[in-house]
Design a protein around this ligand. Sequence first.
Ligand code: ZN
Ligand code: ZN
Length: 261
Amino acid sequence: MMTFSEAPTRTLSPPLSTGEVNFLWWFIQGSLMNAPVREDLRRGWGPCERHTLAVLIIENALRPHYLHGPVILFHDLIKRAVAAYAYAWPLHDLRTRLALTPSRPCHFCALGIDAASRGDVPHDRFVHAGDETNLRNFMADTHDGWRSWVCPACTGRSGQGGMLCRRHLLDDGKAWDHREFASQREKLEGLADHLDRYERAFSVDYHGTDNAADHAALIAAAGWLGGWGQLWKFWTMASPVCCGVDAQREGRTGAVDGPLR
Ligand SMILES: [Zn+2]
Ligand SMILES: [Zn+2]
């Protein structure tokens, strides 16, 4: 049963518009499966940072136990990233860089779905859709699994580990050293495996076969594909669920035993 907090948490700025809530609600319900839409998302390597965060907020708020749509979306893109790394041998890395470069803008931005857009959405749905509580809980419960994926270039956390996101990988010469390249491919393959198990668990015969590490892969994939700037800002912003900066959170006991492999 869907439950809502009595005091919704809202930090996104600018806040979600009625146009964004209305479009994303129906998008995840059906448009995501349209071939031309999927192709547009593939060529753009997924939504921009704002719309990645918007998808995660809205789906966690309105369908907290059924994140099937976001899992399909990000799993599909991570599988394509793994395929792009198939050219992992010296002197062929340029093909991978080219494959990871978007040839389209964010699907939603291109349609004019932004913080100023208007949509015909029932008032209750609009109010509940922007409640960030469930996404904060989801991220807190899976933190140990996704934190090693946080991009140091997006977040200014150099020297604290992490992994460059897709966008910053494209700009980083060292990342394309062959040994680094093989390591990235291995990590992405691991991420795809987790998302594969998560997506399969939505079918009746496999219900309950997913685990917290698989759920963490959803956040890791969203950040790696679109960038961590807004996702990290969202995470580190104070909330009733989890307060303070990430350094304080490092001691938190999450449901995941360690970083995703
Ligand atoms: Zn966008
Ligand atoms: Zn980055």
